[in-house]
Design a protein around this ligand. Structure first.
Ligand code: SAM
Ligand code: SF4
Length: 448
């Protein structure tokens, strides 16, 4: 008998991608072959994201296209999980009669029983209940990469920024115990993984309510001695909770990469206040200065939202000015989009789409000029690169990332994939570097 086929389609952030790896692990355990190909699938799961844009409409329109597959194969099961599932809930089942199953991010471990029920009962079902943080080790995982792994250390968020759906879709903060994380990272090291990225929506609050009082800095120090793991990263940091202790730890532990994603969202104090971010522009700038003191050659990336309700020309000028003064190494730039149920969606003075687009373009131009300048400044340096495989540009080109998370393209043999090499940088573009692999050993970060 042919194996059953499942298609898992993933939208959104690393957390969603990681959860799709968990879902795939469970499905493989149930005898499915898992891919993202919906043709001939027996099960299709949409793992959705509702952070911005018209996320719900996109999911409904994707579900609309699946109707024809269901017509040809009435046994096909169609499920929706992730943040849109949590947010829309039963509405999805009402609006889409051919959808069988809706479940939230906290209910992934229940997938085997949900699927069994869906198959047996052949009527729609949902599971959107809050669940305490599940012990991820008890569930299999089908990791997408053989040498880079994500490890969730906490879930949820307590911050309630006025623009953001995360606290509504992913619930309150819960941290995994240090021992469980250590066990998972040790197992990864044994399987030959070299780089581990710790994941949390608000990772600097790790351990806030833990009985052992261990914070993220302590966790990194505990993971540091694990043999085989060469690089540790963590995302996403919050400027309010990023402590000097954590900066010192990043600066001292050489396995922890010099790359911090520190979303600022806006450069104007009135906007930061209305966003409920919990820091001022001056406090943010102070943290950046402190970080650069404690972690030499650190790369800082950020998230920025343009067109938040009430954003004036002066507010936007303050964002441009902060961008110029920090000189971010990368920026994820978003037009504000009202999210259902968030406070800001009901604020007065929503900004027109035309103004959002204008500001988006203006900020992008400023940021790209900064990135080009900063990437060109790497020319002549020797950078440690973890080779990820052939680049999109062509088969002889490889691609990888520096410790500062900059993509680097270079000529090399595909057998280098998965290894750490030293690359001499000879060109810097807006989004990536180019260079040449060096055969002889060099101190990383050195220059000619
Ligand atoms: N926890 C992180 C923090 O506090 O910065 C961010 C997590 S959120 C999943 C990722 C990014 O999406 C945010 O930093 C923000 O820039 C963007 N975002 C969230 N809600 C948004 C909205 N309603 N409109 C536009 N961008 C949004
Ligand atoms: Fe959303 Fe704010 Fe929590 Fe980040 S800190 S996940 S932006 S509510």
């Amino acid at each position: 008998m042919d194996p059953k086929r499942a298609a898992v389609i993933t939208y959104g952030c690393q957390m969603n991608k990681y959860e799709s790896e968990r879902i795939a692990g469970i499905l493989v355990g149930l005898g499915y072959e898992v891919s993202d190909d919906t043709r001939d699938a027996d099960l299709i799961l949409l793992n959705t994201c509702s952070i911005r844009d018209k996320a719900e409409q996109k999911v409904y329109s994707q579900l609309g296209t699946l109707k024809w597959l269901k017509r040809d194969n009435p046994d096909l099961l169609i499920g929706v999980c992730g943040c849109v599932a949590q947010q829309e809930g039963e509405r999805i089942l009402q609006r889409v009669p051919h959808a069988d199953l809706v479940f939230g991010p906290q209910n992934i471990p229940k997938l085997p029983s949900l699927l069994a029920q869906a198959q047996a009962r052949r009527h729609q079902l949902s599971d959107l209940a809050d669940n305490p943080l599940w012990d991820e080790q008890l569930f299999p995982i089908q990791r997408a990469h053989p040498f880079q792994a994500w490890v969730t250390v906490m879930q949820g968020c307590d911050k309630f920024c006025t623009f953001c759906v995360v606290p509504y879709t992913r619930g309150r903060e819960q941290s995994r115990p240090v021992a469980a994380i250590v066990q998972e990272v040790e197992a990864l090291a044994e399987q030959g993984y070299q780089e581990v990225t710790l994941l949390g929506q608000n990772i600097d609050s790790y351990g806030k309510r833990s009985a052992d009082g261990k914070d993220l800095a302590d966790l990194l120090s505990t993971l540091y001695p694990i043999d085989g793991i060469k690089r540790l990263r963590f995302i996403t940091s919050h400027p309010r909770d990023f402590t000097e202790k954590l900066m010192r730890t990043v600066g001292t532990l050489d396995k922890v990469c010099e790359y911090i994603h520190l979303p600022v969202q806006a450069g104007s104090n009135p906007i930061l206040k209305r966003m409920h971010r919990g820091y001022t522009r001056e406090e943010y700038l102070f943290k950046v200065e402190q970080l650069r003191t404690h972690v030499s050659d650190v790369a800082i990336s950020t998230d920025m939202i343009v067109g938040f309700p009430g954003e004036t020309d002066d507010d936007f000028a303050a964002t441009l000015q902060l961008t110029e003064s920090v000189e971010f190494d990368a920026m994820y730039l978003f037009k504000y989009s009202p999210r259902p149920g968030t406070r800001a969606s009901a604020f007065d003075h929503q900004v027109s789409d035309a103004v959002k687009t204008e500001r988006f373009q203006a900020l992008l131009e400023v940021q790209e000029a900064i990135q080009l300048r900063r990437n060109r400044a790497r020319v002549g340096r020797y950078e440690e690169v973890l080779v990820e495989g052939p680049s999109k540009k062509g088969s002889v080109q490889l691609t990888g990332r520096t410790r500062q998370n900059r993509p680097v393209n270079f000529i090399g043999h595909p057998s280098l994939t998965g290894s750490l090499v030293t690359v001499r940088i000879d060109k810097g573009g807006v989004h990536s570097l180019e260079g040449e692999v060096c055969t002889e050993g060099r101190e990383r970060g050195g220059e000619d």
